[in-house]
Design a protein around this ligand. Structure first.
Ligand code: B12
Ligand code: SF4
Ligand code: SF4
Length: 307
């Protein structure tokens, strides 16, 4: 019976546009929680204090949904075949943020319909879903359910599709059949560690947000430390994924919402600096770039120029 239910749920997930769906048993994330604690205690989360406040929930899904039995992890591709310009005068925006709409909205729209269908499959089924912004460790669940392994760059990598995908997590109050983790294929490779320009990957599988360009350009609300070189990026950073051999396969999204928005794509530093606050709010309305606010946008552009 649960075999059938698991099969049908997985089929629905794939039909909804997710490239992978993996399922794991909902239980406390003991080992991952230990690493998370160490990470927080060492201040590797920089100013993302909300991560300390939600620690208990992050490691125990029962504190998020009391009767949770299983966790469904999903992957949604966002990379497009469009390449960044090589010109030194063109600031780079991470490929996940190129499009017309914020990925939270895109994926949550799909999850809402998907979860409604799943709840209608059997009486009593209840679900809760998250993409990035919930108090759940999306990567830890994805690893447990075999979506991919945790790469040394700390992104989840699927052996076939690489790592340019978002993760979504569904908590569900029914037992299902569980998947197994996949092998870690990083093995002797350390390209991402060597290529990270700031040394943010301070050890294999460990990243210090304080040093990460992604954190500095998106999450930091204060000045960017002088010794951090943005290496051409003004929103997010893709370097440790671009250099990863598992992203050479070039699997691209078919979702047009992730393709670059003309107004911002491959514009020069002076063109982007000419954007007024009003234009910024209009151009980036409903996109991930809005997160940095105009103040952060201007700060990042200034910092880009200092290099
Ligand atoms: C905080 C956060 C960040 C922070 C910290 C990054 C990080 N590595 O955690 C910052 C702002 C820097 C960031 C940047 C980015 N992020 Co982010 N981020 C998150 C968030 C909200 C929480 C992640 C978290 O819990 N970190 C805490 C630490 C403790 O976790 P960790 O590094 O995974 O720690 C594990 C390892 O250290 C491991 N470990 C420790 N020691 C050892 C030793 C061995 C031997 C092994 C095997 C493992 C191991 O155990 C820990 C627990 O599992 C998640 C969404 C979510 N709710 O989960 C998205 C998320 C991780 N981010 C995502 C993305 C896309 C990005 C960026 C690519 C965006 C960009 N282009 O700029 C970059 C990538 C930077 C990078 N190299 O990781 C995606 C990743 C998708 C994927 N394929 O993995 C997520 C899952 C969002 C989503 N739902 O899609 N992010
Ligand atoms: S996102 Fe950029 S700065 Fe952050 S760890 Fe990866 S390469 Fe380093
Ligand atoms: S670049 Fe190499 S070490 Fe880094 S995540 Fe990819 S395979 Fe692993």
């Amino acid at each position: 019976m649960q075999n059938d239910l698991t099969y049908l749920i997985r089929q629905k997930c794939l039909k909804a546009g997710f490239i992978k769906a993996g399922i794991s048993k909902a239980e406390e994330l003991k080992e991952e929680g230990m690493y998370l604690k160490e990470w927080l205690d060492e201040g590797r989360n920089a100013d993302m204090k909300w991560m300390n406040n939600t620690f208990e929930k992050r490691i125990d899904p029962k504190l998020v949904m009391e009767d949770v039995k299983s966790v469904i992890s999903l992957a949604y591709l966002y990379d497009t075949p469009v390449a960044h310009s090589e010109s030194k005068d063109i600031p780079k925006i991470s490929r996940y943020a190129w499009g017309e709409r914020d990925y939270h909205k895109i994926i949550k729209g799909k999850l809402k319909l998907l979860c409604k269908e799943v709840e209608e499959m059997q009486e009593g089924i209840k679900t809760r879903f998250y993409v990035d912004d919930g108090p759940v460790m999306d990567k830890a669940w994805a690893v447990r359910s075999g979506i991919g392994w945790l790469g040394k760059n700390t992104n989840v990598i699927n052996p076939e599709f690489g790592s340019f995908f978002f993760l979504a997590t569904i908590l569900i109050n029914t037992e299902l059949d569980y998947d197994k983790p996949v092998d870690d294929l990083c093995r002797g490779c350390s390209i991402c560690i060597n290529e990270c320009p700031t040394g943010a990957i301070y050890d294999e599988y460990r990243i210090d947000a304080n040093l990460c360009i992604s954190y500095q350009t998106i999450e930091n609300r204060n000045d960017i430390p002088e010794d951090i070189d943005l290496s051409g990026w003004i929103f997010g950073c893709d370097i440790c994924q671009d250099v990863c051999p598992f992203n050479d396969n070039k699997f691209f999204t078919t979702d047009p919402q992730f393709f670059p928005k003309k107004e911002i794509f491959n514009k020069t530093h002076s063109e982007l600096s000419d954007i007024s606050e009003e234009q910024f709010n209009r151009i980036f309305e409903g996109t991930p770039v809005r997160r940095t606010k105009y103040k952060g946008w201007v700060r990042n552009l200034k910092k880009f120029k200092q290099v």
